[in-house]
Write a protein that binds this ligand. Structure first.
Ligand code: FDA
Length: 302
């Protein structure tokens, strides 16, 4: 299927629109161009649910090199080098070994520590992605532990989870940097809101918590309603552009990304790359039919 897709020009173009390439060599110029346009970046080396220790080790090795390459790219781009790092990596603990049986969470935590230690050396940030709900407790615990040494480490929070508002309060109280997103996995009603209106309402409740109390909230949404609410709450809470940031996926709402930057707001683009793009795109489509409309909409939005 993957080979077939890359042979069809239209679908290959779709892949290229959302994925920055298969290798670091392809990724780096894309990241540099975004930095030159005034945007910050967060780069995801694609891969998840690793069932092989060797693969987890290879992912760590790739991330170590990626951190170096992004730091170098950042240095070559002129512009203000503020306290807020312009380059970041996003990672999934399941790619670092979390699903390797009983020892998985400990292996992933050790790998996370290794990457944070490298990142701090290079003035690069790290955010841990949120995966399916069966991993949430382990992920939050790994981030809590790592933050004792790396307090800038961030985690993504999915507002479709019924526990999201409670998590937002606890994480904000602990001073955690939080990426607020709606959530992209197909989850059961026992743990997740199923109706769009409920997910949006949860997003707005969590957003209010973060904008009132949290350190550096990150609004990861393409939704005009969420962006408008974030701007209103920022004004209400006297938050300046450097006190929070917007985040969007690579290839989605590019014009809106540029508009926010031109108005002085911080905006970070989440850029996936790697050979595992097929899984990234297909899983998003297969797990949640609404994601098909999400990608199709992006093709018509200029
Ligand atoms: P949503 O899909 O709810 O659509 C609302 C409105 O936004 C639309 O009506 C339209 O106006 C606009 N819109 C949305 N998509 C558009 C498009 N493609 N083109 C034009 N307009 C569009 N998920 C997860 O489970 N774990 C994670 O770790 C992350 N990480 C993450 C990082 C970042 C930086 C982002 C932006 C997103 C994630 N996600 C994620 C994905 C997230 O949970 C969610 O699935 C998508 O962002 C879609 O939700 P939205 O809030 O963007 O809009």
């Amino acid at each position: 299927m993957k080979r077939a897709i890359t042979r069809v020009p239209v679908t290959a173009a779709v892949v290229r629109r959302f994925v920055a390439g298969e290798t670091r060599a392809e990724l780096v110029p894309v990241a540099r161009a975004l930095l030159e346009s005034g945007r910050a970046v967060s780069v995801d080396f694609l891969g998840e649910y690793t069932t092989d220790r060797g693969q987890a080790d290879a992912a760590v090795a790739e991330y170590l090199s990626l951190i170096d390459d992004l730091a170098e790219a950042d240095h070559t781009v002129p512009g203000a080098h503020s306290d807020i790092p312009r380059v970041e990596v996003s990672l999934k603990l399941s790619a670092l070994g979390q699903s390797l049986g009983q020892d998985g969470p400990a292996i992933a935590a050790e790998n996370l520590h290794k990457l944070c230690a490298k990142a701090v050396e290079r003035h690069v940030w790290v955010t841990v992605d949120a995966e399916d709900h069966s991993t949430t407790a382990d992920t939050l615990e790994a981030v809590r532990q790592a933050r004792a040494e790396f307090p800038w480490l961030a985690v993504a929070l999915q507002t479709y989870l019924r526990q999201a508002e409670g998590n937002a309060r606890d994480l904000a109280a602990a001073g955690t940097r939080i990426r607020l997103c709606k959530g992209a996995y197909q989850e059961p009603g026992t743990v997740a809101y199923q109706r769009r209106a409920e997910v949006d309402a949860s997003y707005l409740r969590c957003l209010a918590v973060l904008m009132h109390t949290a350190w550096y909230p990150m609004i990861a949404s393409h939704d005009p309603a969420m962006i408008a609410a974030a701007l209103a709450l920022a004004a209400e809470n006297n938050r300046k552009p450097g006190d929070f940031e917007f985040q969007m996926l690579y290839g989605i709402r590019d014009a809106e990304q540029r508009r926010l930057v031109s108005e002085g707001h911080a905006l970070r683009v989440y850029i996936p790359y790697g050979t595992q793009w097929y899984g990234y795109l297909m899983r998003r489509l297969a797990e949640r039919p609404a994601n098909l409309a999400f990608f199709l909409r992006a093709l018509t939005d200029r």
